[in-house]
Ligand binder design. Structure first.
Ligand code: CUA
Length: 313
């Protein structure tokens, strides 16, 4: 299951077929034109070879239609690839379905650490349900890594200092390779893992057999108390955080910002960077006091304060 080497990895996500369609098109275009050019070179080399009565090439004038043809055909082909590729990319980059299961990932030299919303943690293994979208919110605690699951046709850099996201929906049960696709030091090549896609009932079994943990948002809520956040947030000193996630926030400098995971993280570590309108810059930085895990738990807590439930779980 997934451990044997394949030149073309199996298709195991809802977008795999669409990515392969684009790849197939690119390969078909490359093969067609390579073949065409090869045959024409051969044909012209024979037809116009040097022989008695035809010792020297004759100068030929410009054919405008010919010039236009080999400008317009490649232009059209590259635009097809551009639009096709951009749409696929935007689909994966920008549109995790609202009912996605949210999994947090932290890359470190040289392992993958995952935490599920219900609190289950895993290292180098990620259990997901088949037929349900999974949104990954990822960061690194050291070098740049890259989350790459060939069978799902997704790859996304995992960068220190910010969150990147990607999503997938596994389409058949199985065990799939997870690779780090960005050179990150000595053991980069060993920074591998497995994504284990389970049928929904088996996934529920897996979840409940690992249930002896508290949800991420609960851990985050404890941290929120421990670190003293609750002393100011919700009072006149700092904004209440209920319903903030996903909203657009008016800043002191007149700009607005979408309150997403990255904004939460930045506001904890560098509170002055995007100050909310109407509040003084009195919040201390928590840089160096919170691990990446704790940051994701705080973010999960703030997300859980959404007033209207976003469906799904
Ligand atoms: Cu992590 Cu390469």
């Amino acid at each position: 299951m997934g451990s044997s080497f394949r030149i073309w990895p199996e298709q195991a996500s809802t977008i795999a077929g669409r990515v392969d369609g684009l790849y197939g098109f690119l390969i078909a275009v490359a093969v067609f034109f390579s073949g065409l050019i090869f045959l024409l070179v051969l044909y012209f080399a024979i037809k116009y070879r040097r022989r008695p009565g035809n010792m020297r090439a004759q100068q030929v004038g410009t054919h405008n239609w010919l010039e236009m043809t080999w400008i317009l055909i490649p232009l059209a082909l590259t635009m097809v690839v551009f639009v096709w590729g951009a749409r696929l990319y935007a689909m994966v980059m920008l549109s995790p379905p609202a009912n996605s299961l949210e999994v947090y990932a932290i890359g470190k030299q040289w392992m993958w650490k995952f935490q599920h919303p219900d609190g289950q943690r895993e290292i180098d293994e990620l259990h997901v349900p088949v037929g349900h979208p999974v949104k990954m919110t990822m960061t690194s605690q050291d070098a740049i890594h890259s989350f790459y699951v060939p069978a799902f046709r997704i790859k996304m850099d995992v960068v220190p200092g910010r969150y990147t996201t990607t999503w997938f929906e596994a389409s058949k049960p199985g065990v799939y390779h997870l690779f780090c696709a960005e050179y990150c030091g000595t053991n980069h090549a060993r920074m591998r893992g497995r994504v284990i896609a389970l049928a929904p009932t088996q996934y529920e079994e897996w979840l409940s057999s690992n249930r002896a943990v508290e949800p991420m948002a609960t851990t985050g809520a404890h941290l929120f108390q421990q670190m003293g956040c609750a002393l100011c947030h919700g009072t006149a000193l700092a904004p209440a955080l209920e319903g903030v996630f996903g909203s657009s926030v008016q800043l002191q400098n007149g700009a607005t910002v979408l309150a997403d995971e990255d904004y939460m993280r930045e506001s904890i570590l560098n509170p002055g960077a995007k100050l909310v309108a109407g509040y003084a810059p009195i919040m201390p930085t928590f840089q160096g006091q919170l691990s990446e895990e704790e940051l994701t738990q705080l973010v999960a807590y703030i997300k859980s304060l959404r007033q209207k439930p976003a469906g799904g779980r």
